[in-house]
Design a protein around this ligand. Structure first.
Ligand SMILES: Nc1nc2c(ncn2[C@@H]2O[C@H](COP(=O)(O)OP(=O)(O)O)[C@@H](O)[C@H]2O)c(=O)[nH]1
Ligand SMILES: [Mg+2]
Length: 313
């Protein structure tokens, strides 16, 4: 296999093949020093925006992702997609047989799609979604993460996306009930899908606005889109970009990313060195500039210490 790109410039210059190789290394050699260096470099240079799409299966997330890719490419912007597959121990495969595939032109260097299994955390976001999104964000204008939209994934996406869009289906009030009850984190934008259905979509949007007005803080905007006709897709992109701009100006986007890096590093470390190890070590770890190297470094230290003490015992 060809070596990993040596730095971010090489990752960008290497195109989709270089990105695909780097993403594979995330799964096969997550502690590779070259990979870890690339991750921290990408972490320090976020160029694009990570958009998380959540919503129940069948709501139209994949179809909308296709429409977003087409619209963004039409505007001359580049886009990478992470499709989190609903594989799990329990179901062992796809939940819906007729899942819409996300299709892009393999010849187009500006559009990239990667599927990832929602391993371990049932129905949730793959552990490598976060580092994958960090890598993609350094070389693409947009990163769209389509979740499987069952249970936890709806809140987990908030841990790796810059902005979360919740997709709601005309004629189903369930998710809005969750939101009202505070079960679900409030998204940054709500899109009622399948706007071509007409009145039911308009009604769903009104219901969503009503439900969200009861939530704490500033209620997110609600808009209607149709991936089928393309209506509202450009407006949705503009709404997301405007939100991101506003947050960038006040610094809350950067703050959110820092918190995500810290939370990811903490959860990986607790997994590798345990809660006791983490509680002993965390004060000595400076996560913010190099969260990826920190995780590998701290696990390595603990491994060495344990090894020594076992030999001495
Ligand atoms: N009428 C209409 N149907 C749609 C639209 N978007 C998706 N669908 C249909 O809804 C079903 C589920 O779509 P899919 O994108 O796979 O949903 P996902 O499970 O949320 O990814 C499919 O049969 C789509 O053809 C739309 O804009 N209008
Ligand atoms: Mg889908």
């Amino acid at each position: 296999m060809k070596p990993l790109p040596g730095d971010l410039a090489a990752l960008a210059a290497g195109g989709k093949a270089a990105l695909a190789r780097t993403l594979s290394a995330l799964e096969t050699a997550p502690e590779d020093p070259g990979l870890v260096g690339l991750l921290d470099a990408a972490w320090a240079a976020p160029a694009g925006l990570v958009l998380g799409l959540t919503g129940p299966p069948g709501v139209g997330k994949s179809t909308l992702t296709n429409a977003l890719v087409a619209a963004l490419r039409g505007r001359g912007e580049t886009v990478a997609v992470i499709a989190v597959d609903p594989s799990s121990r329990r179901s062992g495969g796809a939940l819906l047989g007729d899942r819409t595939r996300i299709a892009t032109d393999p010849e187009d260097p500006g559009a990239f799609v990667r599927s990832m299994a929602a391993r371990r955390r049932l129905g949730g976001i793959a552990d490598i979604t976060f580092p994958a999104a960090v890598l993609m964000r350094a070389v693409f204008d947009w990163v769209v993460v389509e979740t499987v939209g069952v249970g936890q994934s709806e809140t987990e996406i908030a841990d790796c996306a810059d902005l979360v869009v919740f997709c709601a289906q005309p004629g189903s009030g369930d998710a809005l009930q969750f939101m009202k009850a505070g079960v679900m984190e409030v998204p940054d934008l709500v899109l009622v899908t399948k706007g071509d259905l007409g009145a039911p979509a308009v009604r769903a949007a009104a219901e969503a606005r009503g439900a969200l007005s009861l939530a704490e803080g500033v209620a997110p905007a609600v808009a209607v889109v149709s991936a089928r006709t393309g209506a509202g897709v450009d407006a949705a992109i503009e709404a997301v970009a405007a939100l991101a701009d506003a947050r960038q100006r006040v610094g809350s986007l950067a703050a959110r990313r820092r918190a995500q890096g810290r939370a990811w590093a903490e959860s990986r470390l607790v997994e590798s060195i345990g809660r006791i190890g983490y509680d002993l070590l965390w004060r000595q770890i400076e996560f913010y500039d190099t969260p990826f190297a920190c995780v590998v470094g701290a696990s390595g230290r603990v491994r060495t210490l344990l090894h020594q003490s076992l030999k001495e015992a």
